[in-house]
Design a protein around this ligand. Structure first.
Ligand code: JFZ
Length: 596
């Protein structure tokens, strides 16, 4: 009996340690990716040579991408293939892309080995539909970029369109929703004779591959793909490239077994801290492939915002460029990448190897926080996009006391004066920001950080905005109108909302209330903190005119002072809103501010 129990104990211990080891292996495998934070995406293929135009007609449907040309403009396979003649092989030099990525401070490159059009960029032995064969060149740009990456210490990843393939008669294209699906057996034929064989080539002939970036943005259950097919792909990659990472657009959920990092939607940035590895793909223009008809370019500030906001939530950013068919990268891209690289060269210590602070309300109105460990110290970087007019930087949520705070000017650090009250830190800034784009304030702490995870962030100029987005309640439905102002919530019946606020000094604080009351009756509610209560009432509000002569009206949000609280001493308080009324009230915010 005892022996039997012992055996079970040993067995279960073995099992536990095996699964811990498995998880550790996965996190270890993705460690470089979490440190890298910034990479280059390259969309380059036959579509690059069409430049968003076919026989005098721009790409159909305004909101669509240049790399979708063949599908959107209904181009035949044969005609599409003729685009290969436009490639200028004398000028094409993938090493230049690698050097550009390096200059931009990027740590990895992902290139479209085969996009939805089904054309292989490399010299595939699977069929003849490849850029080398169609263009009559003996160049294999994938081989060349792999060599250049090795030479310059750049990680290389492959984009591979597994789901959609417009070339293979049995590949998926959206039109099949109307014309009738290929059968499962046919689709599997495509899978076995193209996807599997091509991935085998890519995983065998190009050295170490850091990641494969699949591209299916719906769960596989909603697609023609079967789970076994995806698992077959995973198995193949694990076998041939055990260290290669796989992204979540494979079509399986982000779990440690099959998917190594999560890819968010295109140009969709994080909104809260995510513990597992993740990135956002974003393109510097509108299309991903080169489109000569577009003149939209993300500003350098937008690129910083995308990168730094993601790092502040433990994510990364993969920025796409679309080189032309002669290999050149548009000046609009190059100039921005150089600016980003120059900045990263000066301030990259707050980006690479950094993660975010796991603060619930990690939304400061001046910028973002990132952090990293250095021996026994923890460094917090405040990336200031919006230099405060009162030259006071307000950081909320860190309880630990910094040993010093300084302003970075490149690698030079100048000490800054600061005060800390509980988890509120106020830092005195000089009048001028050291950097045109983003300036970096460094806070150094001994040991681990102690966070005040839930407290409401103090606004620039002081004051606390209590919103549906920074309350302690997780179940509040947040309503967005016009896709903007994502803060208001429609409240009905028995509502109770709590906020945790850190009051820096004793005194009287006023409370303003902003809402829209769509009903005919005055709304009533209470707001209290320990021992004090304000009875509030809010009269019906009107519409407001958005544009003249267009019957374009919207709900008017009105603000009203509803009372004051007296705080006898600094400290943490819970502010609670309650209401019994059943009529809807569109709650926007409460504003708590020291009144004298
Ligand atoms: C896909 C491709 O169709 C596109 O050509 C490009 O390669 C891009 C990186 O990925 O497009 C998508 C995929 C997912 C979303 C939007 C566009 N999404 O989730 O919002």
């Amino acid at each position: 009996m005892i022996r039997h129990m012992k055996r079970i104990l040993i067995l279960s211990l073995l099992l536990i340690s095996a699964s811990v080891r498995l998880f550790a292996q996965h996190t270890e495998k993705a460690a470089w990716f979490k440190d890298a934070r910034f990479g280059m995406f390259i969309h380059w293929g036959l579509y690059s040579a069409a430049e968003g135009m076919w026989k005098g007609e721009p790409l159909r449907y305004m909101n669509n991408y240049a790399e979708w040309l063949r599908y959107r403009n209904r181009v035949s396979k044969e005609e599409y293939g003729t685009l290969a003649k436009r490639f200028n092989w004398d000028k094409i030099d993938p090493e230049q892309w690698v050097l550009l990525a390096k200059e931009a401070g990027m740590k990895y490159i992902i290139i479209t080995t085969k996009h939805h059009d089904g054309v292989a960029l490399w010299d595939t032995k699977v069929g003849t539909y490849s850029l080398p064969k169609l263009s009559g060149s003996n160049r294999d740009v994938i081989k060349e970029i792999a060599a250049a990456c090795r030479k310059h210490g750049m990680k290389l990843g492959f984009y591979y369109s597994h789901w959609i393939d417009w070339e293979h008669p049995y590949g998926w294209n959206h039109q099949q929703e109307l014309s009738g699906h290929v059968t499962d057996a046919q689709y599997n034929q495509y899978w076995q004779e193209k996807v599997i064989l091509q991935l085998r080539e890519l995983m065998s002939n190009y050295g170490d591959i850091a990641l494969v970036w699949f591209d299916m943005w719906i769960p596989y259950q909603k697609s023609i793909i079967k789970k076994e097919q995806l698992l077959q792909v995973v198995k193949l990659i694990r076998e041939l490239q055990p260290n290669c990472l796989i992204n979540s657009r494979l079509g399986l959920p982000t779990d440690a077994d099959h998917v190594d990092f999560e890819t968010l939607g295109d140009n969709q940035f994080g909104s809260n801290y995510i513990a597992h590895p993740w990135e956002t793909p974003g393109t510097i223009a509108h299309s991903w492939g080169y489109n000569g008809q577009e003149n939209e370019w993300k500003s350098t500030s937008q690129i910083f915002q995308s990168l730094i906001s993601n790092v502040s939530l433990n994510g990364g950013f993969t920025l796409n460029i679309g080189p032309r068919a002669d290999g050149t990268v548009p000046y609009e891209s190059v100039s921005r990448l150089h600016e980003v690289g120059t900045w990263l060269n000066r301030y990259g210590q707050g980006i690479y190897g950094n993660t975010g602070l796991d603060l619930k309300n990690n939304h400061f109105d001046w910028g973002y926080l990132t952090t990293k460990k250095e021996q026994h110290k923890t460094i917090v970087y405040a990336h200031v996009f919006n230099w405060p007019l009162d030259h006071k930087l307000r950081i909320t949520g860190i309880k630990s006391r910094p040993t010093h705070v300084s302003l970075a000017n490149g690698k030079t650090l100048a000490p800054l004066k600061y005060e800390q009250q509980l988890s509120l830190i106020h830092i005195d800034l000089p009048t001028d920001q050291p950097d045109h784009y983003v300036s970096e304030v460094q806070l150094t702490f001994d040991g681990q950080l102690e966070l005040d995870k839930n407290t409401v962030a103090e606004s620039t100029f002081g004051g606390f905005s209590l919103k549906s987005t920074n309350s302690l309640n997780n179940d509040l439905k947040i309503v967005r109108y016009n896709g903007k102002n994502p803060t208001h919530a429609i409240l009905t019946g028995n509502t109770k909302i709590d906020w945790e606020v850190t009051i820096p000094e004793a005194g009287t604080y006023s409370l303003d209330f902003s809402a829209h009351n769509p009903t005919q009756e005055t709304s009533t509610f209470e707001v209290h903190v320990t021992g004090q209560q304000i009875k509030g009432s809010f009269a019906p509000t009107q519409k407001m005119v958005v544009e003249p002569n267009e019957n374009n009206y919207t709900e008017e949000f009105v603000e009203k002072r509803i009372g004051t609280f007296k705080f006898e001493k600094p400290g943490k308080y819970i502010v609670t809103y309650t209401s019994q009324q059943t009529n809807p009230l569109w709650f926007n915010w409460m504003w708590l501010e020291k009144s004298n």
